[in-house]
Design a protein around this ligand. Sequence first.
Ligand code: GRG
Length: 295
Amino acid sequence: MTGIGDTLKSLGGTVNTRLRELMDVMCEPGILKDAMNYSLTAGGKRLRPALCLMTAGMFGDAARALDFACAIEMIHTYSLIHDDLPAMDNDDLRRGKPTNHVVFTEAYAILAGDGLLNCAFEVMLKYALENKDKQPECIRAMSIIAGASGVTGMIAGQAGDIAFEGKEHDPDVLQYIHTRKTGAMIKASVLSGAVLSGAAEHELSALETYGSCICLTFQIVDDILDEMGDQTRIGKTPGKDAGADKLTFTSVYGIEKSKKIARRQTDMAVKALECFGQKAQTLSALATYLLSRDR
Ligand code: GRG
């Protein structure tokens, strides 16, 4: 039997192969494609596409969700490229490599991010057009992903992050920012895979609880790693959030209480999966893995 680490590696490999194919079909050779591929292939954990494939696999054939999983990774990568820009977090290290704008200039980094966002929707639309029997599920999954990445989701979270930098560390504001900036796309990854495989409403509701809990754990561990992590493991500059007086779980609750909240959320995530029995074993293992990750 393989562990969750092997499962993630295997799903990541499948996603990487399909991403390469999609990029070759969609992009003309040149600096824009190079800039998009640079960040896309820089070694992300592929957590979001893996979640999408896992929930699709619980209710049907995971392969049906592969293009949507790739689209989610394209949107995630675009958000990282734009987040690192001098006008945003001004970071020069991401996924263990110099950031996109450092290598390709700011102008190309903006375009690479825009390009990945647009390609994501092209990929999902093309799949929907070519799979007419699956169009209602595809449209619903696209709507979930568009909402999560949009102006009431990830973009709103990023705007809130900027607006509250250096302000009082308020738990309600932290909750607002976190659920949108990081949480929305993780939850959308969980739900879109299940929707594509025709999960029932009560199943989606249980997965929504699971998604909300794991994204909180993910963010808390991310904040702890930002404070205490090893640069070579996390692939980005540690201490940046604290240095910029960002609102984080560790700045509001401290390390020990943050760890306690993360453990409680993990327990709740696992409990939310009880209704699925053995079928949710991998998702359950992933929740526990997210609590102990070091990168
Ligand atoms: C620019 C619209 C816009 C949004 C940016 C996602 C985001 C919003 C910013 C990323 C900044 C950040 C470090 C957020 C904390 C959590 C997070 C999303 C970490 C990166 O995700 P991982 O750890 O990264 O899954 P990899 O590289 O493994 O894919």
